[in-house]
Design a protein around this ligand. Structure first.
Ligand SMILES: [Zn+2]
Length: 61
């Protein structure tokens, strides 16, 4: 189990795998960072970038 902070604030989420962690973070993202999720500039490319950088962060945590 790894504990990693949100990439935008200090809130943390736990996960056994990166996917678990991402699912644990999702409700927080929807509440605290809804503006980011709803930003129409955030297309698939940005999402892929987010996944790549946060996966790397998770793997090295
Ligand atoms: Zn956050």
């Amino acid at each position: 189990m790894k504990t990693l902070s949100c990439d935008l604030c200090e809130v943390t989420a736990d996960g056994e795998t990166f996917e678990d962690w991402m699912n644990a973070l999702k409700p927080h993202y929807g509440e605290a960072h809804a503006d980011v999720i709803n930003d129409s500039n955030n297309g698939k490319e940005e999402m892929d970038k987010w996944m790549t950088s946060n996966k790397a962060r998770f793997d090295t945590a």
